[in-house]
Design a protein around this ligand. Structure first.
Ligand SMILES: *Cc1c(COP(=O)(O)O)cnc(C)c1O
Length: 356
């Protein structure tokens, strides 16, 4: 980690909060933004004094690097409020480290973790009323970094912006999701940047996902790009399979994002006495498990929904369903993690970080 001097963060408060215009019981994910945002600019080889300012558009030259060559990475986190009004983050140092891993892969400068931590905390203190208590309610935090040098030169940008915007969200039930197993398209490749939380990974996913949706599937299970045999991610989430009473998930690699939720689900499952195997799992094994009825659950894991259960999968023109137990691992593990996030239980892992 780079050593860094004091940030000299400055804060300009909004003159007129927009909070009264927001219907907190009727939010669409990622459509409403809180009053303030955090911005820090990089130029001449260093990050300059960050500022918190009222949320507003910023101007960029049409030739700006990010529009043409896609140096853009981001994070997804949440702030939670308990019934006493205290505010918590969940394993934030994982996100501080991961955005820098993503930056490194895209030849972007790393952002000082202490500055990130300070900026986020100050932002949360200012916009704390935007966080509502209760399971599912949260302030979704979207830190991102973009290359901002003007000029269509195909080389790494010399200037960057590190920005944090925040968005109040409610729990959403996406319904039972059916997934299509990819046998042609890939979201990531060996030696590529699938393990980075880069905007481009998402751009490349939209088209194959739209094709799957035409066939009646909401998401795609991404497979390895060489054989299309190994099951790696589900949409924009990590993916887990319950076969018999064992939870199976792929180890992370070049093509898989190292999800905080994935790690937390593994640790929580083990703590609950569930057997977890971190190993490759193939389409062949999954089809067999569906046929011999040992397949009991499939679910995605990610910050937005914690766990998203899958009800069926499609593969090469055939749809496979499976019978889920009344007491699913998905539900039990999700509740246990939510209890930690919302300060309802002890946190033996030390994941919960109180902000204010
Ligand atoms: C963000 C993301 C995840 C989930 O990561 P979390 O840290 O659990 O939110 C999984 N896969 C992809 C591709 C992602 O972008």
């Amino acid at each position: 980690m780079m050593s860094q001097s004091k940030s000299n963060l400055s804060i300009e408060k909004t003159k007129q909060s927009r909070i009264d215009q927001v219907d907190f019981s009727n939010l669409f994910f990622g459509q409403t933004f809180a009053d303030h945002m955090y911005i820090c600019d990089y130029k001449d080889g260093t990050w300059h004094a960050p500022k918190i300012v009222p949320y507003a558009p910023f101007l960029l030259d049409p030739s700006t690097s990010v529009f043409h060559y896609g140096q853009a990475v981001f994070e997804g986190m949440k702030a939670y409020k308990d019934d006493n009004g205290d505010i918590f983050l969940f394993r934030p140092t994982e996100n501080y480290a991961r955005i820098n891993k993503s930056c490194k892969r895209l030849a972007m400068p790393e952002f000082p973790e202490e500055w990130f931590d300070e900026g986020l905390k100050e932002l949360l203190k200012l916009d704390r009323d935007w966080i509502k208590p209760g399971f599912g309610n949260a302030l979704y935090l979207r830190p991102f970094v973009i290359g901002t040098t003007a000029g269509v030169i195909a080389s790494p940008s010399k200037e960057y912006k590190f920005v944090i915007i925040t968005s109040p969200v409610q729990s959403y039930y996406s319904g039972d999701v059916k997934v299509l197993i990819a046998d042609h398209y890939s979201r990531a490749a060996n030696g590529g940047f699938g393990a980075a939380k880069a905007a481009g990974n998402y751009a490349g996913q939209f088209y194959p996902t739209a094709l799957a949706q035409k066939e009646g599937y909401q998401q795609v299970i991404w497979t390895d790009d060489t054989t299309h045999e190994k099951l790696e991610e589900c949409g924009t989430m990590n993916v887990m399979f319950r076969i018999g009473d064992t939870l199976v998930t792929s180890p992370v690699n070049d093509r898989i994002l190292d999800g905080v939720t994935r790690k937390s689900v593994i640790a929580m499952a083990e703590k609950m006495g569930i057997k977890v195997e971190v190993r490759s799992i193939t389409v062949h094994e999954l089809v067999q498990a569906a046929e011999n009825k040992t397949l009991k659950e499939i679910f995605g894991c990610g910050t937005a929904a914690v766990i998203s259960p899958v009800s069926a999968f499609g593969y090469k023109g055939k749809e496979y369903t499976f019978e889920r137990p009344v007491q699913t691992y998905a539900e039990q593990i999700k509740t246990a993690i939510l209890n930690i996030q919302y300060n309802k239980t002890e946190d033996p892992f030390g994941w919960r970080v109180k902000i204010v």
